[in-house]
Design a protein around this ligand. Structure first.
Ligand code: F0G
Length: 444
């Protein structure tokens, strides 16, 4: 095989705005000249071409080597960022399934519908695909501490990977607005966990000062190497779809890094001849945390309109997303849509995904809620091939699910009634159980 991990791909860090190249990034990964974000750009070697790569990546599925068993590092030719690519910090992330969602398809007015479930990652969210990259790099560069501000999933993931690497980790999270499952993970994996009396955007501000003062490696998604790891979600998806590009990929938007990563992956795959066209990548925000939607509506995306974010989907409770310019470029390159959905629409969509036997967290359900709107608006056709990215597992936030089914989450939202499945409290005898069953559809 002529393509090897040693093939000399060179990369640089380039500013997304002024295009200046940066040898030594500042601790907050912003361009020294204009303070915009950086991205990794490659000079691909001639030998790196589609067919060969597809074959090589498939062969690695049989390998016993940890780097090959990782659904991120199996694709290492497209993220040649490590000096020792066969020695990453890995929990065998990625390798997530694509499921079909027949009931959700019906609810959305589609013939078929697919979902790639990133909640099936080792810590239960897509963050692991980027975190393996950031932590591996931090270790190569000799850092002993890593840190992030988070709405809960990045911190859970960072804490786990830092623990695997034997590093200290510092978590800054907004007090009271974190799902319990996520907070519990950060504690269990041994992060120094600080709940700040502010929101996510406030945590980001504090952390950028902390990393200027101490040699701590920042692993928020402004770190361009994390985006490289997250690209593999799209690579793995395409392999699973036999390299047939879907018409639409739909993703929730918070800090807007995941949409950026997916877009970068599809553009690079096209450049390398792995695919010949792009899917439309659409971003769905919560109505109460919709700064990109507003900017597009009010000024065609010239300026971000930060908002005071408020949503029960705490993962995407972000008012001032760092990666908005990257995400905007992806929307434009792929001609995707950017819309927002209500709390009620998200909650119902989550229960519908549940009735297909798949549990996701509230932010992930924004994808189905958004799809329904896009179908109604005619942006997505009923025969189109659509992949939703379910970003996190249901068990991250069981409280939300319980409140919803008990009718306590959005008590006023009548449309939710048919989707509610509250538990029934009974006396302990068979007759009362059988009476309940009579009112329900028998299991097939
Ligand atoms: N879905 C889930 C489950 C998330 O945790 C996040 C982000 C998103 C969607 C949005 O992705 O930020 O790339 O647009 N969570 C971050 C965190 C911010 O700290 O865990 P994005």
């Amino acid at each position: 095989m002529s393509v090897s991990a040693k093939s000399a791909t060179s990369f640089a860090l380039r500013c997304i705005q002024c295009q200046a190249e940066c040898e030594q990034p500042s601790p907050d990964f912003r361009c020294a000249a204009c303070r915009n974000l950086l991205q990794v750009v490659y000079q691909w070697p001639e030998a790196l071409r589609g067919q060969q790569l597809r074959k090589l990546w498939l062969e690695r599925r049989l390998s016993p080597i940890p780097a090959d068993q990782s659904g991120v590092w199996r694709f290492r030719e497209l993220l040649p960022i490590l000096s020792r690519p066969l020695d990453p910090v890995t929990l065998r992330e990625g390798n997530t399934p694509i499921y079909d969602l027949p009931r959700c398809a019906q609810a959305a007015g589609m013939r078929h519908l697919l979902a790639k479930h990133q909640g099936m990652n080792p810590t239960g969210s897509f963050k692991d695909t980027g975190m393996t990259a950031a932590i591996s790099l931090a270790r190569e560069r000799g850092f002993q501490w890593v840190a992030c501000a988070s709405t809960g999933n990045t911190s859970a993931s960072m804490a786990a990977y830092a623990a695997r690497a034997g590093m200290g980790s510092l978590v800054l999270i907004p007090e009271g607005k974190i799902a319990w499952g996520k907070l519990a993970q950060s504690l269990e994996y041994g992060a120094v966990t600080c709940q700040l009396r502010t929101d996510f955007d406030g945590c980001v501000r504090v952390l950028s000062e902390v990393v200027q003062r101490l040699p701590i490696y920042l692993v928020n998604s402004v770190n361009p190497f994390r985006v490289e790891g997250q690209k593999t979600i799209a690579l793995e998806m395409m392999e699973q779809l036999n390299w047939e590009v879907p018409d639409h990929v739909i993703v929730p938007g918070g800090n807007l890094a995941n949409s950026s990563a997916l877009g970068k992956a599809f553009l690079e795959m096209r450049e390398l001849g792995l695919i010949s066209r792009l899917p439309r990548i659409s971003i769905i925000q919560a109505e109460g945390a919709n700064p990109l939607v507003r900017s597009l509506r009010e000024n065609q995306g010239r300026e971000l309109q930060p908002v005071q974010a408020e949503t029960l989907a705490t993962a995407i409770r972000i008012g001032n997303p760092a990666s908005w310019k990257k995400a905007l470029a992806v929307l434009r390159a792929t001609e995707g849509a950017c819309i927002d959905v209500s709390e009620g629409e998200m909650a119902v969509a989550k229960a519908e995904i549940g009735s297909d036997g798949i549990g996701c967290e509230p932010a992930s359900a924004a994808t189905l809620a958004g799809l329904k709107r896009l179908v109604r608006d005619g942006f997505v056709g009923p025969e189109d091939r659509v992949v939703l990215i379910l970003t996190g597992h249901m068990l991250k936030d069981p409280e939300y699910t319980l409140l919803f089914h008990r009718g306590e989450l959005l008590a006023e939202y009548a449309e939710a009634q048919p989707s509610r499945r509250p538990p029934v409290l009974l006396d302990a005898n068979a007759d009362s159980v059988l009476r309940v069953l009579e009112t329900h559809r028998q299991p097939a």
